[in-house]
Write a protein that binds this ligand. Structure first.
Ligand code: BGC
Ligand code: IFM
Length: 809
């Protein structure tokens, strides 16, 4: 069952009924000002940091899930009827023609009631710290209409965590100011934190409210605000309690007339050197923001701003465009998967319907993997991201598991000890170098742990990443797992069964001897990448190749179980992910990553391992993480066994890992399987089963419930997941095979049965390549602007050139 459809020309997903199985969200903002918005206008906004600079309030785990929001109310002043065109928060009011169009960094919600149509476009213009709500109201009746329009936001008192918990203080600190029709939210201003929010309207106001109690009335919710019901705002000024912003505008519309009313919600700071007279006064920088507000309330500016946003996305998406025989592939590659990759870059794991915005910082491994999906769109931002990440690395090569986006410092609460972390930096840098050729980054001085004076060239950080693994080998010569590897929940150094301490503690993790076959495979992959990087840097990659080979040998010796790669050895030396185990006999991660590292490609182990995956782990909804699921909690395995069977790491379809298998299948030449797995996860291909999948059909989710779960096929944790980047890599670089390499662009598709080619446009290092793949097999030679070139690597061309390439397969 569908709840909408894709409008491919507009690059929009159109939801045509508001009661989607879950709120289906979108993101506003591209740089510093961001917001989440659901298909019923729920969500919140923040400036840079979803925890510390939260503009609007959101009530966690609410019913429905996505309240509060950016709500507009329309009132028919003749009958007293009122409603919200976004359905929420007035779901009792029946609407006709409801439509929510989620586009790239904007959302439009429209509906009609009683012959009055209202459409709100929400977006945050480029380069500004504000969002615009462009409301268009049309009178479709054949008589004149006397209407009222009310806006409403509930302000968050900035620190979202504190806001949600510290009421004894917060009910007394809220402060607002209203001047020239603009509502200013200035809580925290007394302490000179020097930031404030403003909420403005393009029309002359009939009234306003800033006190929630005054606006809603006692014992009322947003479904029937007293001010809206009565058609009169209270001109209230909030003193403590819950400050809100609401404008009241009256509109008289002739038959057929449309009126545009713009609202602007923004974030501002005082100039750093602002003088206050008298000292301690609470003068807001109103004169500074006033021109910005006035500009963005004008319809022409809004029009241009929206056009600018659309052009920005057109430009980013142009870097890769494909035309294949499969519409779901085209739509995801050309629009939605790329979009999700950039959102993931901006948000990391901070703010979604499932990530609270007050929880995690930026993950070391997550950020490096996210980079794989966006480096081609914003290489200069990828460069900065790499330098930020590397600057949190320790001298030992170890990595803080997370760092804070605002301070860019490693997070001491979580600390280090996830032993795979450092290796991902090598892969992130490798991907950046392949995309850009910018070898200068390797000589860029980067400190350890942000300590001034400790700077060494970036390339030294990469060396230490590899060293970190080699310095920590266990009894079988495999890498020590530490607290966990990619699988956060595989905590194998647990030996405490102290009541109340269900998971491994930091203390017992270090010094633990548990080993990871996965990190072994990852090391092989990263060391080979490093060999290439070293060569680029004028050095000799040989020692890295030797180290890779040695580790590959160890993996084959101690990590092979007969028909698949083992997963690990626990603290007690017991094997995990083996036919010897009663549960958890086979895990997906080592099958993928070992083959990516090239282990088993020459001797048939890779194919065997992938056959085992197909046999034991694949389901119609994707490939589950392991089998059989753990039926009960096991202290020696940790958090993985705390999940009920079929969910998350305990045999859920952990989507992030599926593209590793797609790539591995492509590496062994099995295009059918690679593409089949790709389609099982492709959100657009799952659109028709939205009642099962439940999450948005335009983005990947982190997890789909596995076959052991009662809700098999149900997705969860959409948007912010490494799934986005890896699927993008799997389809564009390995199945379609257009792969940046150090020396040029390789065209090496591994296509499914029935395809006889495809077309692609790829902007790479300043050149536009128009690529046509002809045939169904492996590419034997190319024709580049008419000249035959053997093999499948397009040599680098002049920046600015348009090069026509035909690849014969
Ligand atoms: C949590 C897990 C979670 C994982 C990824 C870990 O830190 O403990 O429950 O699955 O992060 O979100
Ligand atoms: O690898 C991790 C990731 O860092 C965070 N989300 C879950 C994954 C698997 O545990």
């Amino acid at each position: 069952m569908r709840y909408g459809h894709f409008d491919d020309d507009q690059r929009e997903y159109v939801i045509d009924r508001p009661d989607t199985p879950l709120p289906w969200i979108n993101y506003l903002g591209t740089d510093a000002y961001f917001g989440i918005i659901s298909n019923t206008a729920g969500g919140y906004s923040f400036y840079r940091d979803a925890k510390l600079r939260r503009l609007t309030r959101y009530r966690y785990n609410n019913a429905p899930l996505d309240v509060g929001g950016r709500y507009v109310y329309v009132r028919d002043d003749e009958t007293g009827d009122y409603w919200s065109p976004s359905w929420q928060p007035t779901p009792e009011r029946e609407l006709t023609g409801y439509e929510c169009r989620h586009g790239l960094s904007y959302t439009k919600i429209a509906s009609s009631r009683g012959g009055i149509r209202a459409e709100t476009l929400y977006f945050a213009p480029l380069g500004e710290t504000l969002e615009v709500w462009r409301v268009r109201v049309t009178n479709d009746r054949d008589t004149a209409a006397a209407l009222s329009l009310f806006s409403s936001v509930e302000f968050c008192l900035w620190d979202a965590q504190d806001d949600a918990t510290n009421f004894q203080r917060n009910y007394s600190i809220g402060q607002v100011e209203v001047a020239d029709g603009v509502i200013y939210h200035k809580t925290e201003y007394r302490e000179r934190r020097d930031h404030f929010a403003y909420f403005a309207c393009s029309e002359e106001l009939a009234g306003f409210d800033t006190s929630r109690d005054a606006f809603l009335g006692a014992y009322r919710g947003y479904d029937r605000p007293a001010a809206v019901e009565n058609g009169v705002a209270g001109d209230s000024i909030a003193h403590g309690w819950q400050p809100i912003g609401s404008h009241h505008v009256r509109l008289a519309l002739a038959p057929g007339e449309t009126r545009e009313v713009n609202f602007v919600l923004g974030y501002a700071e005082n100039p750093k050197d602002a003088k206050f007279d008298p000292p301690g006064s609470q003068t807001l920088n109103k004169t500074g923001v006033r021109p910005v507000i006035e500009r963005w309330l004008r319809p022409e500016t809004v029009e241009q701003g929206f056009a600018g946003l659309r052009a920005y996305w057109d430009d980013l998406l142009e870097k890769i465009q494909v035309r294949t025989p499969d519409g779901d592939t085209d739509r995801m590659v050309n629009v939605w998967n790329a979009y999700q990759c950039l959102v993931t870059f901006n948000m990391s794991r901070s703010a979604s319907l499932y990530e609270s915005g007050i929880g995690r910082g930026m993950g070391f491994r997550d950020s490096n993997q996210d980079l794989l999906g966006f480096v081609h769109m914003v290489p200069e931002r990828a460069r900065q991201r790499i330098l930020d990440i590397a600057a949190t690395q320790k001298e030992t090569g170890g990595a803080y598991h997370q760092y804070q986006p605002l301070t860019k410092r490693g997070n001491n609460d979580i600390g280090e000890g996830f032993n795979d972390d450092p290796l991902w930096l090598v892969l992130g840098v490798g991907a950046y170098l392949k995309e850009t050729g910018d070898t200068a980054i390797l000589d860029q001085p980067v400190p350890f742990d942000n300590a001034p004076g400790s700077e060494v060239p970036l390339v030294e950080h990469l060396r230490r990443s590899l060293r970190y693994t080699l310095d920590r080998l266990g009894p079988h010569g495999l890498p020590l797992i530490g607290r966990a590897d990619w699988n956060d929940c595989l905590n194998l150094n647990c030996f405490s069964d102290t009541p109340g301490e269900p998971f491994q503690t930091t203390e017992n993790a270090h010094g633990g001897v548990a080993e990871s076959v996965f990190i072994g495979g990852l090391f092989v992959l990263a060391a080979k990448e490093m060999a290439g990087i070293a060569a680029l840097h004028g050095g000799d990659g040989e020692k890295y190749r030797v180290a890779a080979e040695k580790m590959a040998g160890t993996v084959a010796e101690h990590g092979w179980d007969g028909a698949w790669f083992r997963r690990a050895y626990d603290f007690h030396g017991n094997v995990i992910g083996s036919g010897e185990n009663d549960e958890g006999q086979i895990f997906i991660e080592p099958q993928g990553i070992c083959v990516l590292g090239g282990v088993g490609l020459d001797d048939g182990l890779a194919v065997k391992a992938l056959d085992s995956v197909a046999e034991r782990l694949a389901t119609p909804h994707g490939i589950v993480l392991q089998q059989p699921a753990y039926s009960g909690y096991r202290i020696e395995l940790g958090e993985i066994s705390s999940y009920p069977p079929g969910y998350k790491e305990n045999a859920g379809i952990f989507c992030h890992t599926n593209p590793w298998i797609m790539i591995a299948e492509a590496m062994t030449g099995n295009g059918d399987r690679a593409f089949d797995y790709y389609r099982r996860l492709n959100p657009s291909a799952r659109e028709a089963i939205s009642e099962v999948h439940r999450c948005e059909p335009y983005v990947y989710a982190q997890m789909i419930a596995g076959k052991d779960a009662p809700t098999h096929g149900e997705a969860k944790n959409s948007w912010l997941s490494g799934t986005a980047a890896w699927n993008f890599v799997a389809i564009t670089q390995w199945i379609l095979g257009i792969r940046p390499e150090f020396t040029g662009l390789r065209v090496d598709p591994v296509l499914p049965e029935g395809w006889t080619g495809f077309e692609a446009t790829r902007r790479f290092r300043g050149t536009t390549y128009q690529i046509r793949v002809v045939g169904a097999g492996r590419v034997t030679h190319l024709e580049i602007d008419g000249a035959r070139v053997e093999g499948n690597v397009i040599p680098l061309a002049e920046p600015g050139a348009v090069v026509r390439v035909t690849a014969f397969a």
